[in-house]
Design a protein around this ligand. Sequence first.
Ligand code: PLP
Length: 360
Amino acid sequence: MNNSLFQKVKVTKATKSRIDTVDFENLAFGNVFTDHMLECDYENGEWINPQVRPYGNIELSPSARVFHYGQAVFEGMKAFKDEQDQVWLFRPEENYRRFNKSSTRLAIPEVPKEVFMDGLEVLVDLDRNWVQKGRGNSLYLRPFVIATEAGVSASPSTKYKFMIICSPAKAYYSGEVRVVFAEKFSRAADGGVGFAKAAGNYAAQFYPTNLAKEEGYQQVVWTDASTHEYLEEAGTMNVFFRIGDTLLTAPTGDRILDGVTRKSVLTLAEHLNIPTEVRRVSVQEIVEAARAGTLKEMFGSGTAATINPIKGFACKNEKFELPQQKDSYANLFKEKLMDIQYNISEDLFGWRHLVQPKAL
Ligand SMILES: *Cc1c(COP(=O)(O)O)cnc(C)c1O
């Protein structure tokens, strides 16, 4: 931690916490925000005035670049509380690194590590009462950056705003998830922005996903844009398959986001001696395995849900249901990850990051 920056982050505390007005038992994901937020502006080539202040609206010109050309990227991460009331982040440096990788692709200047990491710690420490104890509870953290320069000329903004907002979250139960393999629409193309957490990637998924929902599927499994023959991501999650006892997932690259949950699952699989293949996974082999009864599981991985089991899928109007697994990998990885996140098991891989109390 960098103490000099901690002195540089201006902190204005909320006069009164809103925490007593929140029904933590009935939280819908991402609707309630904590007392404070982090804000830092970029002007004249530098990031200035990092500050933590009461959560509230911001004012922007209607001609701010973000509204017209979509120069915006974000991250998603979580804080967890253990039984001793300590607060932990999970692999936050991975999110920091990815945030700047995404930013670079969108011609947005990188945020310095002190602003992102120390700012995050000051903020989470200040709002630590909002991190509820209990397995499944967490504080969802949403760093993002937007282009704020006024004027609609189609060029990169010279002004940006970096912010972090925090939203208390309960265990994520999505119900039974059935997916449809994409045959027409695509999420990402070679040389494009699929690897980046660009805001516009999400906007572009809403319409095809709505069409899938009308057909009774909760998500689209995206296939490669040129042939639609290879399976890439499940909605906004990375996707895994289990054929026999082998775990399969596609390699990351231009089109596939390098998920922190995905890489944690792969590390755990290796540690647990689960045979794993990171390679292109074809629609045809998954359909054939499903027909032969060797396709045991499919699941998505991502910060919000951790692991999201998939019950069934549709491909070219044919429907498949997956069997119930007693020794499910999805469940195994979810429990192992949560044991690490909630400081229950040993941190073999150095993934936990303690939020120091009273960093100020
Ligand atoms: C955020 C995201 C993921 C999951 O990444 P995690 O780091 O595991 O949360 C996967 N795919 C896409 C497209 C994403 O935006």
